[in-house]
Design a protein around this ligand. Structure first.
Ligand code: ASP
Length: 359
């Protein structure tokens, strides 16, 4: 069965099919209005969310379906100590499809091991956020007319910003992509994305410390907030929290057709004076998120029993009880999940659930 846990769970063709369907939904909304009648989506949100949860809810409602679930784990049986897998087994008896957000990395992946309905990862810790990626791809397509042959600058918290990690992975399958990473030392992109994605697929990337030096080259500027909730050390957060701020003066040197994206919420990294600039695409991006989630729900329900659309083939995991994942926020260190690892092409061993490097 097809789940969406990581952007690479979709083939490039499936990704493009979802984006094309989202564009058709935008053009002919009435055609899809009853397509999920009598179907139920469960939203299991173990971490605060406004946009993503409401976006899923609104998407399912537009398709004529129903939504159930929780947005505060204190009100759910997890507060009684239930595991993610048990919760998903139970909810799978009530819902046809599940969207899950979890602060623990790898939680939605563990859920797929027992689920009888498709699971959508709506964000797991600082690891992945594949539905934001679909949103971002649709936005780039609609703003620029193409996804291939773009130079994209990622700015801000590239270390904990899960939307950045997922989008770089997805872009690695398009032609002529150039990536520029704009971040202070403390917030640099994790090495598993640099090595296993950029270097392996040959995407040119470079790291810079100011947005001014690269602004004229960019087709897309992807801004992010500093992820306060992911820092273990408050002093470190205070040092970097105001790292990069986009204002109209800085935009003066940008291309006329550049698109400014932000997964939101914004804190202070884009001044409100930028909102009225035609290049500011972040509120249009929110609306695209609803349409792309509609398309995703339709496609996952269509592919549910289609053996042509399973999960990608993977090498069997390395299982070794002597090895441990160093990430305290990984599911294997929080619930009873077997310690499994994956050997990457360059011989590095990574956690099966969260991609942390095993020493
Ligand atoms: N909404 C995005 C996320 O869930 C970005 C953010 O929270 O900063 O990852």
């Amino acid at each position: 069965m097809k789940h969406l846990i990581d952007p690479m769970d979709l083939t490039k063709q499936e990704t493009d099919e979802i984006i094309t369907l989202a564009q058709d939904i935008i053009a002919h909304r009435e055609r899809y209005q009853g397509s999920m009648a009598h179907k139920k989506l469960a939203t299991l949100f173990y971490e605060p969310s406004t946009r993503t949860r409401l976006s899923f809810t609104s998407a399912m409602m537009e398709l004529g379906g129903q939504v159930l679930g929780f947005s505060n784990p204190q009100n759910a049986s997890v507060s009684k100590g239930e595991t993610v897998q048990d919760t998903v087994r139970v909810v799978g008896c009530f819902a046809d499809i599940i969207a899950m957000r979890h602060p623990i990395e790898g939680a939605p992946l563990v859920a797929t091991e027992v689920s009888r309905v498709p699971i959508i990862n709506a964000g797991d810790g600082s690891h992945s956020h594949p539905t934001q990626t679909l949103t971002d791809l649709l936005t780039i397509k609609r703003e620029l007319g193409h996804i291939d042959n773009i130079t994209i600058g990622f700015c801000g918290d590239l270390r904990f910003g899960r939307t950045v990690h997922s989008l770089i992975k997805a872009l690695s399958r398009y032609e002529g992509i150039k990536v520029i990473l704009i971040a202070p030392q403390e917030l640099k992109l994790p090495d598993y994305i640099k090595q296993d994605v950029c270097e392996r697929t040959g995407i040119p990337y470079r790291e810079v410390e100011t947005m001014e030096e690269v602004m004229p080259e960019l087709d897309v500027l992807y801004m992010t907030r500093v992820q306060k909730e992911r820092f273990l050390d408050e002093d470190e957060f205070d040092r970097v929290k105001d790292s990069f701020v986009l204002d109209c003066a800085r935009l003066a040197h940008a291309k006329e057709k550049m698109a400014i994206l932000h997964p939101l919420p914004r804190v202070n990294e884009i001044l409100t004076e930028v909102d009225s600039d035609p290049r500011a695409a972040y509120f249009r991006q929110v609306e695209n998120g609803k349409f792309v989630r509609e398309a995703l729900i339709v496609k996952l329900m269509e592919w549910k029993n289609d053996p042509e659309h399973g999960m990608p083939d993977e090498e069997p995991p390395v299982v070794d009880p002597e090895l441990h994942c160093p990430n305290r926020k990984c599911i294997c260190n929080n619930e009873h999940a077997p310690h499994k690892f994956r050997k990457t092409e360059n011989g590095v061993l990574r956690c099966w659930y969260c991609d942390s490097k095993i020493k």
